[in-house]
Design a protein around this ligand. Structure first.
Ligand SMILES: Cc1cc2nc3c(=O)[nH]c(=O)nc-3n(C[C@H](O)[C@H](O)[C@H](O)COP(=O)(O)OP(=O)(O)OC[C@H]3O[C@@H](n4cnc5c(N)ncnc54)[C@H](O)[C@@H]3O)c2cc1C
Length: 392
């Protein structure tokens, strides 16, 4: 539903039209502003109007049975779906199964490769909008199209990867639909009694976990950082359908993408199958070289807890945890890490975890598969010796 413009108050200055990212506002024959169909109700014009002539419609979204199914927005870059898309499709499948509903993966792009892989990962339907204009992920047209599709098809739940792009687009959709959005969830589950999505995330500086529900508005929306959930193994026998959705070109007004330069970056910590994480228990900066050597011998990379970043021992991309990155490797070796809640938020997706700590009561042991109580540097050196012996 579009914003409401009070014609009596409107002075026809055009500030609202200039502020509208959708180019949805124009002046009518009497020089008064009006909002067209492209309006996504984002509210940019409301702040821009000097005479407070614009307001948001008081639309009552009933959380009724009309809103059904789980959607996952699957981001692509260079026509390749990002790994977080599969991680969320896996989680989306679980949520959809627990309420007996369908799972839909939503993809916008051009020549996007491997749509059927989303079906093999658990989707029943892939909603696909294709256009050259959509090849570069650009928040404004994507948010506008997403709002339109959600209004048409009414999903109960929508999940987004908390990538820089997802973190920008999802709030635009939430504002456009006047619904809630819980950022950086680490646990998602359906409440069997109420049918509500329980969205759990660290709160109050990470000192407690808060579970949030969106009881009155729809859809219920959440973002999840890459690496929090594990992508499911593809099921080659799964069948589903790809439904093409129409896309109409946005007007050439408002914010316009002129060019795009991809950041030159190598493999990220979250891309590795093996991660060796060092905590304050390694004692000295020079011991990080031993940790790196162990990680390399295992074909992986090293991560660190936050104090090591604060000390300047390692660069920020290696920080694991709530304010660093999340990792979901096949094997995680944790050396001298206590296991604070903010750290655990970044390693919950690890498939197998070996934790080494001198304190048998260290909280890290409560999430580890193998607990080793000893000096972590002795452990790391012994492993290096063993691995080198195997290679010789
Ligand atoms: C808002 C907020 C966000 C945060 N974000 C993050 C984050 O993203 N990532 C993060 O890691 N932290 C984060 N923190 C900090 C977090 O609360 C902890 O302080 C931090 O994780 C502790 O790091 P640590 O386990 O390396 O150090 P410590 O808590 O000091 O633990 C060191 C451990 O090493 C053990 N040890 C000591 N010597 C040895 C030895 N020789 N061999 C084996 N074990 C030994 C000790 O028994 C101890 O368990 C955040 C905090 C806040 C408030």
């Amino acid at each position: 539903m579009a914003v409401i413009i009070d014609k009596e108050l409107c002075i026809g200055c055009g500030s609202c039209a200039g502020a509208c990212p959708q180019a949805a506002i124009d002046l009518d024959g009497e020089g008064k502003a009006f909002a067209g169909d492209a309006c996504i109700n984002c509210g940019m014009c409301i702040g821009a109007c000097p005479v407070s002539a614009i307001s948001a419609p008081e639309e009552e979204i009933k959380a009724d049975k009309e809103w059904k199914g789980v959607w996952v927005f699957c981001q692509q870059t260079d026509s390749q779906l990002l790994p977080v898309s599969y991680e969320l499709v896996g989680k989306g499948r679980e949520l959809a199964d627990s309420c007996g509903e369908e799972l839909t993966a939503v993809v916008f792009g051009y020549n996007v490769w491997g749509l059927d892989s989303l079906i093999k990962a658990g989707a029943d339907t892939v909603l696909y909008a294709e256009d050259r204009e959509l090849s570069l992920a650009f928040e404004i047209p994507y948010a506008s199209l997403m709002c339109r599709l959600i209004n048409e098809k009414k999903p109960a739940v929508v999940l987004y990867g908390a990538t820089p792009f997802g973190r920008t687009m999802a709030p635009m959709v939430a504002a456009g639909l006047r619904t809630g959005l819980t950022a950086d969830c680490t646990v998602l589950e359906m409440d069997e009694e109420t049918g509500l999505l329980k969205q759990t995330r660290p709160a109050f500086g990470g000192n407690l976990m808060a579970t949030i529900v969106c009881a009155d508005r729809r859809p219920q929306m959440a973002t999840v950082r890459p690496g929090v959930f594990t992508a499911p193994a593809p099921d080659e026998k799964r069948r589903g359908r790809v439904e093409w959705v129409p896309w109409s070109k946005a007007a050439d007004k408002g914010l316009k993408l002129l060019d795009f330069a991809a950041a030159k970056e190598g493999r990220k910590l979250s891309d590795f199958d093996v991660v060796v994480v060092a905590g304050r228990g390694i004692g000295q900066k020079k011991n990080l070289a031993v940790v790196k050597e162990l990680a390399e011998l295992l074909g992986g990379d090293f991560g660190v807890s936050r104090p090591l970043i604060d000390e300047g021992w390692a660069e920020y991309p290696h920080q694991v945890g709530q304010t660093g990155c999340s990792v979901a490797p096949k094997l995680l070796i944790s050396l001298g890490v206590s296991g604070a809640i903010q750290h655990l938020a970044g390693i919950s997706g690890a498939q197998t975890m070996i934790a080494v700590n001198t304190d048998p009561e260290a909280p890290i042991f409560s999430v580890a598969d193998y607990a080793v109580v000893c000096d972590c540097m002795d452990f790391a050196r012994a492993m290096i010796e063993e691995l080198k012996g195997q290679k010789a």
